[in-house]
Design a protein around this ligand. Structure first.
Ligand code: IPE
Ligand code: IPE
Ligand code: MG
Length: 251
């Protein structure tokens, strides 16, 4: 779906997708190119996050989802996992007040049951403080995996059936959507992955059924608002069909 909130002179004529989701990949290779430790790439990646969040808000994007730690990223060395946890902490501590001032609503999706209690507390604080904000909805996928998300939805739906509150015959795709972490969030219109990899890596696998996918070779720390604008321009040139026949092609 397109919206055209025109509150930035540079983008005044460009309609923007309502929900943009980004797989922020390539921090490690960005660092390796510079003979720096991977942690330096992750730190620079956070700087790119700050810039892109601001730009998305100015462009009038309503929902921005950022994939920042996958359920499979636990397979990395413990020091790197620690660095990545530390960066979410740092981001919330350092940026929460400003994000709140700018009307950003923060929601973290993913499994928080196995995160450090202090990190869970920070996440709760960020969500609670920004609950009423509506200018930009920033969704951070952290310790997130689409398969886990769907399995967890299935468990809860099965529980409802067992308890007699739902009948199996009533289960529709909308039922499943309502039990996902993203309940209430429209499906992404555009999914961008940086760093040249062409896969979803377990990101929003249910929700991206009809998303436009865009793969950019740039490493995440080098991703700028210009790259975002170019991605949106490409999105605007695409025709979404949702399985139907495009208007004017009938006989
Ligand atoms: C993305 O960069 C950040 C996370 C996955 C947490 P990577 O760390 O995957 O960087 P590459 O893919 O090794 O370059
Ligand atoms: C996907 O990137 C996860 C995030 C960007 C947070 P990965 O770098 O973990 O994905 P793979 O392992 O290359 O598929
Ligand atoms: Mg990667």
């Amino acid at each position: 779906m397109l919206t055209s909130k025109q509150n930035d002179s540079e983008t005044a004529s460009q309609a923007v997708p309502r929900h943009v989701a980004i797989i922020m990949d390539g921090n490690g290779r960005w660092a390796a190119r510079r003979h720096l430790p991977r942690a330096a790439g992750h730190r620079q990646g956070v700087e790119a996050v700050r810039v892109i969040v601001r730009a998305a808000s100015e462009m009038g994007i309503e929902y921005l989802t950022l994939y920042s730690f996958s359920s499979e990223n636990w397979n990395r060395p413990p020091e790197e996992v620690n660095d990545l946890m530390g960066l979410l902490r740092l981001f919330i501590r350092r940026d929460l007040a400003e994000l709140h001032r700018n009307g950003v609503n923060i929601r973290i999706i993913g499994d928080r049951a196995h995160l450090d209690p202090d990190l869970v507390k920070l996440i709760d604080e960020a969500e609670t403080l920004t609950r009423a904000n509506t200018r930009l909805r920033l969704i951070i996928a952290f310790n997130y995996g689409g398969k886990n998300e769907i399995a967890s939805a299935m468990r809860r739906i099965a529980g409802e059936v067992e308890a007699g509150r739902l009948s199996a015959a009533e289960i529709t795709p909308d039922t499943v959507s309502a039990y996902l972490d993203t309940a209430g969030i429209p499906d992404p219109d555009l999914v961008i992955r940086t760093s040249g990899e062409k896969r979803l890596s377990n990101f929003l696998i249910w929700q991206s059924a009809y998303s436009e996918l865009l793969f950019d070779d740039v490493f995440w720390p080098d991703f700028t608002p210009e790259h975002l604008r170019a991605a949106i321009a490409e999105f605007n040139g695409r025709q979404r069909r949702f399985g139907a026949v495009p208007a004017g092609n009938g006989s």
